[in-house]
Design a protein around this ligand. Structure first.
Ligand SMILES: [Fe+2]
Length: 258
């Protein structure tokens, strides 16, 4: 009898793509559209896919003050919990007191941190933009402990909710002719922090495993011009994902971690 074994990771990846993604040929920037913009941490990869899902596919329902996404065939519970959180973040980002509303929501989401970490782990890419409109930009982010991505600005506030592992914010201030290291902030699983619009940080993880987090930016991150900063001189470098990855350093070589 002919028996064919299928690698479990391959099968899981195929199932995830088959039931989660709907590839499209062009970027759909219509307001309210849920779309994905994925990046790989590999230095030679930048944008790899766009325009995956349409908002109407979510079929969300309003339950009083809470948004919920009904279980759908092909979706795991963690994926539903993540989609539900995305909808609620959008609602918070559109509210009057959006900074505290987003923060409170992310703190509340820590009750589901295991499931949210699972949903983030299921993405093929380490950094995935799962939603963006004029009010917010929502990303899932995984980082390794041995690579530190280059100092950069966001020009808007960002909320960081870590669900697995420890993310490290390496903070800097610009001074004439250099970047001054301002310390490292370790954000452990279960924590939520916010960096203000003036913050400059490099980013990595601590420990032996990848960190898993959601980053919620208080505006359309991909629509603005922002900068990376030269590690030594502090000079501005145009932000692109290509430059972001090309300027990454090995943690072992950095004085900031000695
Ligand atoms: Fe950042």
């Amino acid at each position: 009898m002919y028996v064919r074994f299928i690698d479990a990771n391959f099968l899981a990846g195929w199932l995830h793509r088959a039931f989660t993604f709907r590839p499209a040929g062009k970027l759909d920037k219509d307001p309210g559209t849920l779309w994905q913009h994925t990046f790989s941490s590999k230095p030679d990869n930048t944008v790899s896919s766009v325009a995956i899902r349409q908002a109407e596919a979510l079929q969300h329902i309003n339950l009083g003050n809470a948004w919920a996404v009904p279980q759908r065939r092909g979706k795991t519970m963690p994926q539903n919990i993540l989609e539900d959180l995305i909808l609620r973040i959008r609602q918070a980002a559109a509210s009057e007191d959006r900074v505290s509303a987003i923060r409170a929501l992310l703190q509340e989401s820590q009750a589901d941190k295991e499931e949210l970490a699972e949903a983030i782990a299921a993405f093929e890419e380490d950094e995935v933009m799962v939603f963006e409109d004029e009010t917010c930009s929502i990303w899932t982010c995984r980082y390794f402990a041995d690579v530190v991505f280059a100092p950069h600005e966001h020009c808007m506030g960002v909320h960081i909710a870590v669900y697995r592992g420890t993310e490290v914010e390496v903070l800097y201030k610009r001074e004439p002719g250099k970047l001054r290291h301002g310390g490292n902030s370790l954000v452990k699983a279960g924590s939520v922090v916010r960096l203000g619009p003036e913050a400059i940080h490099a980013i990595t993880a601590d420990g032996n495993a990848q960190s898993h987090a959601i980053h919620v930016y208080e505006g359309p991150l991909t629509k603005i011009e922002r900068s990376l900063f030269d590690w030594t001189t502090g000079e501005r470098v145009a932000f692109s994902m290509e430059n972001f990855h090309a300027m990454a350093r090995r943690k072992a070589s950095m004085a900031e971690f000695s």
